[in-house]
Design a protein around this ligand. Structure first.
Ligand code: SAH
Length: 359
């Protein structure tokens, strides 16, 4: 086992404390922080502005990176999926999604996932383990370096979404540490405003997020308008049923500040949760709780072992117009990277068995 500390998981103040502990001046900490997060270097040997002796000591006591890219898949729509491995050989997946005015990187918060949402492929892995702050931050560094080159300034803004494998709110402290590290101006400088985390509904952490001033945007995965249906699709609903979840959402809504985004996600499963009646139930439910957040409709991304099909386009449009007729803002999310198993709910370390070729 590797006991060396992963410096990519330390904030700048913690990194300064680390170098001071090994007898170095504070500015070395700032220098190493910039090398890791601004220059996006992944080994001490590349930090040639550090004295050789210090690089050697760092190699003995610490690590600059711990993830390795196992394979990489390119979609016809420009999306890239990275299948990485942790030092203990567990899968981590990250998706880079280019758009006209910004790039979005979808990162994982856990290897596998303990929730058993029936429509999501990641659920089939079970929970392998939660990722460390360093492992979360490194995913972003690896994706940006792959797309633009090591340390090259990105041409567009970068948005982050915590919608990859895992339930971010079951790894809350590491997630929030990673968000703070990525926000630092001397590093990646991706501010919380540009980050959205999605939860299946871990109520205590929604309430905790409501108390945090510098926080990422929040998305809530709903998938069903009634407890009966949600219990079936998302078993976490048995622990925190809709009334409790939506009460927490309402309290969270009351803390929203200008510019913060709060959304609901609703995966559309053909013939399961996409009827006119269910659209009315969903609209009534949100109206009853006085919730004004937009609903993102996500056509299901199919995968062989999952017993669902995406709702047809006309059904999605009808569902959307019923929501709108009841005053709910709704938006249809266009799936990206389906051909390389990079879309929502398709991350399960899928490789050669579906005939994909790594590039
Ligand atoms: N555990 C978190 C984050 C990961 S899921 C959560 O549940 O929010 C990210 C989004 O993908 C969720 O809104 C989820 O409902 C959606 N999703 C999962 N499987 C999907 C699939 N097969 N097709 C489309 N969306 C899916």
């Amino acid at each position: 086992m590797n006991k060396r500390i992963n410096l990519t998981g330390l904030s700048q103040p913690k990194l300064i404390a680390f170098v001071e502990e090994i007898g170095e001046p504070a500015y070395r900490g700032r220098q190493i922080f910039a090398a890791l997060h601004h220059r996006r270097l992944r080994s001490f040997d590349e930090m040639t502005d550090l004295p050789k002796g210090l690089r050697e000591r760092l190699n003995e006591t610490a690590m600059a990176s711990t993830l390795t890219v196992q394979s990489r898949y390119l979609s016809t729509d420009g999306t890239r999926r990275f299948l990485m491995k942790t030092h203990d050989n567990l899968p981590v997946e990250t998706v880079f999604i280019p758009e006209e005015h910004r790039d979005t990187i979808c990162f994982s918060s856990q290897s596998g996932c303990p929730l058993q949402c029936t429509f999501c492929l990641t659920a089939q892995l079970g929970l392998l383990r939660s990722l460390t702050p360093g492992e979360i931050v490194e995913q972003i560094i690896i994706a940006l370096n792959d797309v633009y080159g090591v340390g090259v300034t990105t041409p567009r803004g970068t948005n982050l979404v915590g919608m990859g494998a895992g339930e971010p709110f079951l790894n809350f402290d590491s997630l929030m540490n990673a968000v703070r590290i990525m926000a630092e101006p001397q590093g990646l400088f991706i501010v919380p405003h540009r980050v959205t985390v999605s939860t299946a509904g871990v109520v205590p952490r929604i309430r905790e997020l409501a108390t945090i001033p510098d926080r990422p945007n929040l998305a809530i995965s709903l998938a069903a308008p009634t407890n009966e249906m949600r219990n079936e699709l998302m078993p976490i609903n048995k622990k925190w049923p809709l009334e409790e979840l939506l009460a927490a959402c309402k309290d969270f809504q009351a803390t929203l500040r200008a510019g913060e985004r709060f959304t609901f996600e609703y995966v559309m499963l053909d013939g399961v949760n996409d009827s006119d009646e269910q659209a009315r139930q969903l609209a009534n439910l949100l109206n009853r709780h006085d919730l004004h957040a937009r609903v993102n409709l996500i056509p299901h991304n199919p995968a062989d072992p999952l017993p669902y099909q995406p709702s047809p386009v006309t059904r999605v449009e009808m569902f959307k117009s019923i929501l709108e007729s009841k005053g709910i803002r709704a938006f249809v999310r266009r799936p990206r990277g389906r051909d390389i198993f990079a879309a929502c709910g398709q991350l399960a370390a899928v490789t050669q068995n579906v005939g994909l070729r790594a590039v």
